[in-house]
Write a protein that binds this ligand. Structure first.
Ligand code: ADP
Ligand code: MG
Length: 228
């Protein structure tokens, strides 16, 4: 469902060029629960942002669900991302002035033409699924970090994406909450067949994925499948 071929990313500042991703190729199958691991600065976030269409490679090709996303222009890419990809961030990135319900609704208003009642049905079902129904009218400052990440997960799922990218999703959570969030994502992966791609060095996530890609200095040094 996702194929990356010879990705390279070079950051240039003034006279200095830094090649942070050197030659990254990867195939991901539908329903995989997979993580990029490696030391801080090894390029995990850079790769995740390119695969998730938030950023573009300097060279190389990315194909997602038969679309060559690296051939799309900026607007096409943003539309593709809105309709096919979900993102979960370390710092949750909820919109502070919107309620829990409205935060989840937001991506739907941006990209899809669903009528009001269909939208509401979908949001309420997700609120239930992530255990946040009773908090739906609160703003983010009235809920805990773990609850914020539940809302962010629901927001990532609301457009029914086939693939979700999660960059250090448990880094700002205590370990008990982190475990609950991981279990929630596993449940979602099983029930919706959603592909999850993590970037993390959290052992709790590493212990749950079925494939580990290790990056060092922008290169894959190991690609390991784990049978549980
Ligand atoms: P990780 O997520 O594994 O910690 P990153 O992908 O964030 O690694 O960073 C990889 C390398 O790219 C680091 O050396 C980082 O300093 C550099 N880098 C990341 N973003 C930028 C940027 N916008 N401009 C210049 N260098 C960057
Ligand atoms: Mg990172």
């Amino acid at each position: 469902m996702l194929k990356a071929v010879s990705l390279k990313k070079v950051y240039t500042s003034g006279e200095v060029s830094l090649e942070v991703i050197k030659n990254f190729s990867l195939e991901i199958k539908e329903g995989e629960f997979i993580s990029l691991v490696g030391p801080s600065g090894s390029g995990k976030s850079t790769v995740l942002n390119m695969l998730g269409c938030l950023d573009t490679p300097t060279s190389g090709q990315i194909i997602i669900n038969n679309t060559s996303v690296t051939s799309l222009n900026r607007t096409q890419r943003a539309n593709f991302r809105g309709e096919n990809i979900g993102f979960i961030f370390q710092s949750f990135n909820l919109i502070p002035v919107l309620s829990v319900y409205e935060n989840i609704e937001y991506p739907l208003i941006m990209v899809q033409n669903l009528d009001e009642s269909e939208r509401k049905k979908r949001i309420l079902k997700l609120l239930e699924e992530v255990g946040m129904l009773e908090h739906k009218d609160k703003t983010p400052d009235k809920i805990s970090g773990g609850q914020m990440q539940r809302v962010a997960i629901a927001r990532a799922l609301v457009t029914n994406p086939k693939i979700i990218f999660a960059d250090e999703p448990t880094a700002n959570l205590d370990s008990k909450t982190a475990h609950m969030i991981i279990e929630l994502m596993k449940k979602i992966q099983k029930e919706h067949q959603t592909t999850f791609v993590f970037a993390t060095h959290d052992e709790k996530i590493v212990a749950n994925v079925d494939r580990l890609i290790t990056l060092i200095d922008g290169e894959i040094v190991e690609d390991k499948r784990i049978v549980r």
